[in-house]
Design a protein around this ligand. Structure first.
Ligand SMILES: Cc1ncc(COP(=O)(O)O)c(C=O)c1O
Ligand SMILES: N[C@@H](CCOP(=O)(O)O)C(=O)O
Length: 524
C-alpha cells in the first residue's frame, strides 16, 4: 500500500481494506472505547493532520485551531495505571484521570496501554506514521513526544497538551571520540540535553503537565505541581507550568545544585524552597507534602513522566531507520529513565517495529551507587546509601524511588551496571569535550561505563553503541572550570587545557604560538 494512502483522506479509498479503527481514518463518531478504569468519556483527537498538498491556514487561525479543525471524534486507544509488574491475575487499575502515585500495596505504578488495540496496526504502519511526523510544525506532532501520542497519552485532547516541541534530539555520531579513545566507528551520543530546558526531563514533563492541565479543566483538586529536584526536574517543571499558567513548587537541596540549574525555576516563576538536606531528604518531604496538600507530584515516581521519556528510545530506533543498536548506556540516579528506555524499546518490539531490543547499561557515580552495589551483590541485597557529593550532582541520589523498575529493565535486557569515580567521570567528560562535544558530568559517567566495558571486551569495537547524554554541558560549567584550572584536590586533571597567560607584546605571543605549533599534531 502506498504510504500516502495511509495519511491523505482523499487517497483513503486506495486502501483495500479500510479499517474503521485506523487512527487516521476520517470517520464519524465511533463508540467511546471501553476501558475498565476509565472515569471519563473523553473524546480525543488522534488523527494526524492531512498530508500535502497542505493549504496554508488563514491568518486568524493558529496551529491549535488548525489541529482542532482536523480532529476526529474518537479512537480505540486507551491507557490506565496498573501496579508495576503486577501478576496476570491482578485486577487493580486506575484511570489516568485519578490522582494516584502508588498501588494499594504501596508499590510503584505503571501506565499500561491497550496493546491489543495498538496491535490492530502492524509494525510497518507505526514506523511510517511516526516517520511522517518528524520535525513538522503541526500541533502537537511537531513534538518528538507527541508524534507518538497514540503510545503516550492516547486519550488526551490536543487542546490540553502543553508542549515546547521537545524531543527530536540529535543522535550525534561521535566519530572522533570513538576512533581516538575507543577504536570504535559506530558510537553515537543521543543528545537529550539539547532541549528546551537543557535536559531529558522535558520529555516527561510535557506529558505530566499536559495531564495536569486536563485535570484542572476537569476541576480536579490540583492547585499546583511540586517536585524534589537535583536541578533538572525543577527546571522542566517550572518551564512547562509557566507556559500553561499553573503554579509550580520546587524543593531543592541547599547548595547541592549548579547555579545555572538554580536560576531556571527562579526565572520561570516557581515557588522555590531551598532546603537544608540532600535530594533524598527533599524527596521524602515532597511525598509527605503532596499527600496532604492539593499539590500534584511531578517526580518520576509518577509513572506519567516515563511515558514521555520512553519516546527517546523510540526516537533512537527511528534515527537508525529502525535498526536496533547493540548497546544503550544511560546514567542513573532516581532510576526512572533506565526503565523508560526499556519500556520504549520493548513496546517497539512487541508492536512489531523491531525484532529485538538493545542491551542496556546503567551507569552510576561511585559516590552515589546503590544500584551498582545491588547489581554486584547478584541482586541479593538492596540497601539505600548516603549519597556523597559528586560532580555528577544531578545523580547524587542514595535511595532511588524507581529501584524496582530499574532492576526489571536490566534483568529483561541482559543489562549491566557500571560505576565511575570522580576522576574517571571528569576525565571522560574532558576527553569528549576535546573532540568537539560539550557534555555534562552525568554523560561523563555514562562514557566511563563505556570505556570500562570496551577495555574488558564486553563491548566490541564494531558494536553499535548509543550513550545517552542527559543534560546540557552549559548547566555544569563550574565543574569544567575547576577541572581545566586543575583546582580539584587529589585529581590529576590529565586532560586539562588551561589558558596560557601571555604578555601583551608581539614577541611573547609569537613565542608561545611557535611553541604550540611545533607540538601540534600534524595529521588528523
Ligand atoms: C542530568 C541527569 N542525568 C541523569 C539523571 C538520572 O535519571 P534518573 O533519575 O531517571 O535515573 C538525572 C536525574 O536524576 C539528571 O538530571
Ligand atoms: N535528576 C533529577 C532527580 C529527580 O528525578 P525524577 O526524574 O524522579 O524527577 C532532577 O533533576 O531533579
Amino acid at each position: 500500500m502506498a504510504l500516502s494512502s495511509l495519511f491523505h483522506p482523499s487517497l483513503s479509498s486506495l486502501n483495500p481494506k479500510p479499517n474503521p479503527s485506523h487512527p487516521n481514518a476520517v470517520t464519524k463518531h465511533r463508540p467511546a472505547p471501553i476501558v475498565k478504569c476509565a472515569t471519563s468519556s473523553t473524546t480525543s483527537s488522534n488523527s494526524p493532520p492531512p498530508l500535502s498538498p497542505k493549504v496554508r491556514r488563514s491568518a486568524d487561525e493558529n496551529i491549535r485551531d488548525e489541529a482542532r479543525r482536523h480532529r476526529v471524534a474518537s479512537n480505540n486507544f486507551s491507557a490506565k495505571y496498573v501496579p508495576f509488574n503486577a501478576g496476570f491475575d491482578s485486577t487493580e487499575c486506575y484511570s489516568l484521570e485519578e490522582i494516584v502515585y502508588r498501588s494499594r500495596s504501596g508499590g510503584l505504578l505503571d501506565v499500561q496501554h491497550d496493546i491489543n488495540a495498538l496491535k490492530t496496526f502492524d509494525g510497518a504502519y507505526w514506523r511510517q506514521l511516526f516517520d511522517s511526523r518528524v520535525g513538522k510544525t503541526t500541533w502537537p506532532y511537531g513534538s518528538g513526544v507527541w508524534s507518538k501520542k497514540e503510545w503516550v497519552l492516547p486519550e488526551i485532547d490536543d487542546d490540553d497538551i502543553v508542549s515546547a516541541f521537545e524531543g527530536n534530539s540529535n543522535l550525534f555520531w561521535a566519530e572522533r571520540f570513538g576512533k581516538q579513545f575507543l577504536g570504535m566507528n559506530d558510537l553515537w551520543v543521543k543528545h537529550c540535553g539539547i532541549s528546551h530546558t537543557g535536559s531529558f526531563k522535558d520529555l516527561g514533563m510535557t506529558v505530566l503537565v499536559s495531564q495536569v492541565n486536563r485535570l484542572r479543566k476537569l476541576k480536579r483538586p490540583v492547585v499546583g505541581v511540586g517536585c524534589a529536584s537535583t536541578g533538572d526536574t525543577s527546571a522542566a517543571l517550572s518551564a512547562y507550568c509557566a507556559s500553561a499558567g499553573i503554579p509550580s513548587i520546587v524543593f531543592l537541596p541547599a547548595n547541592k545544585i549548579s547555579m545555572a540549574q538554580l536560576v531556571q525555576p527562579i526565572a520561570n516563576g516557581a515557588f522555590v524552597l531551598s532546603i537544608d538536606t540532600d535530594f533524598d531528604g527533599c524527596m521524602k518531604l515532597i511525598r509527605e507534602i503532596t499527600s496532604e496538600l492539593p499539590i500534584y507530584l511531578a517526580n518520576s515516581l509518577n509513572s506519567l513522566r516515563l511515558e514521555g521519556q520512553k519516546t527517546a528510545a523510540i526516537e533512537i530506533l527511528q534515527q537508525f531507520d529502525w535498526e536496533v543498536p547493540d548497546w544503550v548506556i544511560v546514567p542513573g540516579g532516581n532510576l526512572g529513565n533506565i526503565y523508560a528506555f526499556y519500556k520504549g524499546f520493548r513496546m517497539c518490539q512487541e508492536l512489531g517495529l523491531v525484532d529485538r531490543i538493545p542491551r542496556l547499561v546503567c551507569a552510576q557515580a561511585a559516590n552515589a551507587n546503590p544500584l551498582y552495589l545491588y547489581y554486584k551483590s547478584g541482586w541479593k541485597d538492596f540497601n539505600p546509601v548516603k549519597a556523597n557529593s559528586t560532580f555528577a550532582s544531578a545523580i547524587q541520589i542514595g535511595d532511588p524511588v524507581s529501584i524496582d523498575r530499574a532492576v526489571f529493565a536490566l534483568k529483561n535486557s541482559d543489562g549491566i551496571v557500571e560505576e565511575a569515580s570522580e576522576e574517571e567521570l571528569m576525565d571522560a567528560m574532558a576527553q569528549a569535550d576535546s573532540t568537539g562535544m560539550f557534555i555534562c558530568p552525568h554523560t561523563g559517567v555514562a562514557l566511563t561505563a563505556l570505556i570500562k566495558l570496551r577495555k574488558s571486551g564486553v563491548i566490541g569495537a564494531s558494536d553499535r553503541t548509543v550513550v545517552v547524554s542527559t543534560a546540557h554541558g552549559l548547566k555544569f560549567t563550574q565543574s569544567k572550570i575547576d577541572y581545566h584550572s586543575k583546582a580539584i584536590p587529589d585529581m590529576a586533571c590529565r586532560f586539562a587545557n588551561p589558558p596560557v597567560q601571555v604578555k601583551a607584546d608581539f614577541g611573547s605571543v609569537m613565542d608561545v604560538l611557535k611553541n604550540f605549533l611545533l607540538k601540534a599534531p600534524k595529521d588528523k
